[in-house]
Design a protein around this ligand. Structure first.
Ligand SMILES: [Zn+2]
Length: 484
């Protein structure tokens, strides 16, 4: 291995004139670039940026100007968001056996309350399973239920949290509860924001309560004492509105109509400043494009750099892209999403497609010194590769060392200081290498899958289950509103 690296360096040193584009690009990305300053501007300067908020509109303008300043062709692509949901403020008061003010935050799509709030008995909802609601029976009607959660430690836990919420919320609706209060899955009174499982269709007030406050409530309730909960939720909600993706492009020199898309989402929830999710990878996209222009690198195929919007509410920006550019999708070679933070990239999820898996293994082969890499051939729902996958386009999601991604996920603590700037730069190099690999190797052909192929993928994997647990995506697929 050492020998190989030595030879590789020696070759580059002896033949500087023949240093390949990709080597030059990697060197530049690993060197001094404005990446960190860009991340500070986006996270500290603009801050949390839920789609529809003023900060989000600022971030669109910022992204546009970043590409323009770098000399990259760029445009705003308008799309329709199905609705607006922003939290102004939420608070809660416990009374009865004891009085205190627990720390709370509204779940995305939570129903708001009157200014004076709503008050009801708070019941021990256990884990929110069938048995728990059977135990509560008629008592649950018109009451708040408090749901116990596991502490979140990793990304598997995150997927489980999303999947569990669907069952809990269905049972709670059937029981006729007044509202749902989840115990925060993060300790140290940390709050975060999840989407209510019914998305824009949700009609109940829903909160996350600080883990320590919720545990206090459980102890009191399990001591057979009674508690009331007063909830005030002030949200700004509304109908459809116009938002924008930022789409930059470096045109292909040989096959301009063939496209490689790489992207990260510009929007975030507003509790933290959207640093690991997903500001760090937004600035990566900008940095790769900027260094390509600086080095005058002309890819053979067109590369599009997408700053998606409306991701958190239901992947609406990337969905709109696949609708708008449907007629070009036969010639989309690959679409990559980078959205799992700033831990070192360990490989790629290749979407349950052996052809994408094989090609990606080959593309990564010469860059072993940036790895090692292990690609995993499963389809995943939850980020902006999704609609490409359901349109039959070869797609990748960067997989990372988990680092601190899960504990800070959608939380108040997802701020600039949580981003690992060293591995972020290494990740830029890895993403750039794969992107140029796909763009410059004209032998790579990944035919677009037919509707039948995609249905087979759904049937042969856990895609249906994933789509049911995420963002109300399943009904949209079944109704033909998403995908091919
Ligand atoms: Zn994200």
């Amino acid at each position: 291995m050492k020998n190989q690296i030595f030879i590789w360096f020696a070759v580059i040193w002896m033949l500087p004139a023949q240093t390949s584009d990709v080597d030059k690009l990697i060197t530049n990305l690993l060197g001094e670039t404005p990446l960190k300053e860009d991340l500070k501007e986006l996270c500290d300067g603009i801050g949390g940026r839920p789609t529809g908020s003023i900060a989000n509109f600022k971030s669109i303008k910022w992204g546009l100007e970043k590409f323009q300043t770098a000399g990259v062709k760029v445009q705003k692509d308008a799309f329709r968001m199905p609705g607006l949901w922003l939290e102004n403020e939420s608070s809660a008061k416990i009374s009865g056996a004891v009085s205190f003010e627990p720390k709370v935050v509204a779940l995305t799509f939570s129903e708001g309350t009157h200014r004076s709030g709503i008050k009801a008995n708070l019941l021990d909802g256990g884990r929110g399973l069938k048995d728990d609601f059977e135990r509560l029976g008629e008592k649950a009607k018109g009451k708040f239920v408090l749901i116990e959660t596991d502490e979140l430690v990793d990304i598997d836990g995150l997927f489980k949290e999303y999947a569990d919420a669907v069952g809990i919320e269905d049972l709670a609706y059937n029981a006729g509860v007044k509202g749902i209060v989840y115990m925060s899955s993060r300790p140290m009174r940390l709050l975060y924001r999840h989407n209510a499982s019914r998305s824009f269709g949700n009609t109940l007030p829903m909160l996350v309560m600080a883990r320590e406050d919720a545990k206090r409530c459980f102890r009191i309730l399990r001591n057979n004492q009674s508690l009331d909960l007063l909830v005030k939720i002030d949200v700004r909600s509304g109908g459809p509105f116009k938002s924008f993706n930022v789409i930059a492009e470096i045109e292909g020199s040989e096959r301009p109509d063939e496209v490689v898309v790489i992207g990260a989402h510009l929007d975030s929830w507003g509790l933290g400043t959207g640093a690991n999710d997903n500001g760090c990878n937004v600035v990566m996209m900008i940095d790769i494009a900027r260094q390509m222009i600086n080095l005058d690198i002309k890819p053979k195929r067109t590369i599009r750099f997408a700053l998606w919007n409306g991701e958190e509410q239901g992947l609406y920006g990337s969905m709109a892209y696949t609708d708008k550019y449907e007629s070009q999708l036969d010639k989309h070679v690959m679409a990559m999403s980078v959205d799992i933070g700033s831990g070192l990239i360990t490989g790629f999820f290749t979407g349950g497609r052996s052809d994408v898996f094989d090609v990606t293994n080959k593309v990564l082969e010469p860059f072993d010194e940036l790895g090692p890499f292990i690609n995993i051939d499963i389809p995943l729902v939850g980020t902006d590769n999704f609609d490409f996958m359901m349109h039959g386009v070869g797609n990748l999601i960067a997989n990372h060392n988990p680092a601190n991604y899960a504990p800070n996920y959608h939380a108040e603590s997802d701020t600039y200081d949580k981003v690992n700037l060293i591995t972020l730069k290494q990740n830029s190099a890895i993403v750039a290498a794969v992107t140029l690999g796909y763009a410059n190797n004209l032998d790579i052909i990944l035919p677009r899958q037919s509707k039948e192929d995609i249905e087979k993928l759904v049937q042969s994997t856990d895609l249906e289950q994933q789509m049911k647990s995420m963002m109300s995506i399943w009904p949209q697929w079944v109704a033909g509103k998403r995908g091919r």
